[in-house]
Structures are given as C-alpha cells and as structure tokens.
Write a protein that binds this ligand. Sequence first.
Ligand code: HEC
Length: 166
Amino acid sequence: MTMISRPNSIRLAAALLVVGAVACGGSSGDSGDAESNQAQAAGGSDELTAFQLEHGIGPMTEVVEVGALDPAMAQTGEEIFAIKCSSCHKIDERYVGPALGEIAQQRSATFIMNMILNPKEMYERHPETKALLAEYLSFMPDQNVTPDEARAIVEYLRSAAPGDAE
Ligand code: HEC
C-alpha cells in the first residue's frame, strides 16, 4: 500500500494540472505543452465532429465494423490486456481506471481503439473522457499498442462482459 501511494499522488498532481489547464481553456500560453497547444490551435478543444463524439479522436477515422466474436483474436487480446492494461483496469470493478467489463456495450469498437491508440488527445479534448479524468484523477498513458493489437483487445473486451448483458 505505501509503495503504491507515492506514484498515485504524483499521478494525482499531474492529473490536476491537466484538469486545470483544460479548465483554463484558450489562454494556454504557459502550459508549456506544445502538443496540447497544437491540438487546441488545430480545432479548439470543444469543436468535435459528430464522428469524434461517438467514435473518439485518433487514428481510427472510419467506423470499425465488428462481426461475430472471434475467439482466437479475443485470446490474443486477453494476453495483451494482461500485460498492458491490467495494472490499471479490471473487468468487474473500478481500479486506477474504470472497470471495462461493459465498455464494449457502452462504446463503439472505434471509440475504444482511439482511446487505446490516442489517450492523451482523448482526455484533453473528448468531453466524456475529460470527465473520466476528473473523476479518476489519473490519466491513461499511451501504451504503444498497434492498431491490430487494439482491435484484438476490443475482441477480448467484447468477450469479457460480466453476466453477459443482453
Ligand atoms: C496507468 C494506468 C492505465 C493503464 C496502463 C491503462 N489505462 Fe485505460 N484508463 C486509465 C484511466 C485513469 C482512465 C480514465 C481517465 C482517462 O481517460 O485518462 C482510463 C480510461 C480508459 C478507457 C475509457 C473508458 C470509457 O468509459 O470511456 C478505456 C477504453 C481504457 N482506459 C482502456 C485501456 C486499455 C485497453 C489499456 C491497455 C492497452 C489501458 N486502458 C491501459 C488508466 C490506465
């Protein structure tokens, strides 16, 4: 427990900084973060397209269609999830980040992939992800996942729904 509390408080401070910077809106002159300034200059933090609102902001710019569950892909996704995600996410309960057991019912595959592939711009610009950042006081780092790996993780999350809702 004591070993965990120190990095958590650093994360908390960093998250608060981001929330502060986001809350300040346009006058971002002293944030010192070239990337986020660029993102704001490029479109304004609240001018998202309907596509971006529904499917997220990132490299997936077309809707990813999912068909019948592919168990082999889900198995691959589970292995990647164990290595790159399980330190912060559980299926059934809140942890460092939100529980992900129902995420595949709540969000499109495209949204989940953009979140995995481009988390920083998501928590800086997408209103719902910003709200999660404020709630969890911690932000999701880029895990260097490829699009194929992100797709496999989506397949795992589709298969992992607790209680098989619906
Ligand atoms: C260091 C901790 C950490 C790691 C590692 C991490 N996440 Fe996250 N994740 C978070 C936090 C905190 C949030 C909520 C705040 C935010 O969006 O930054 C989040 C948010 C999310 C969301 C958005 C949920 C929603 O309701 O929109 C998804 C999806 C997600 N993570 C999936 C993953 C996947 C898949 C991986 C592995 C590739 C991963 N995360 C790795 C901490 C982490």
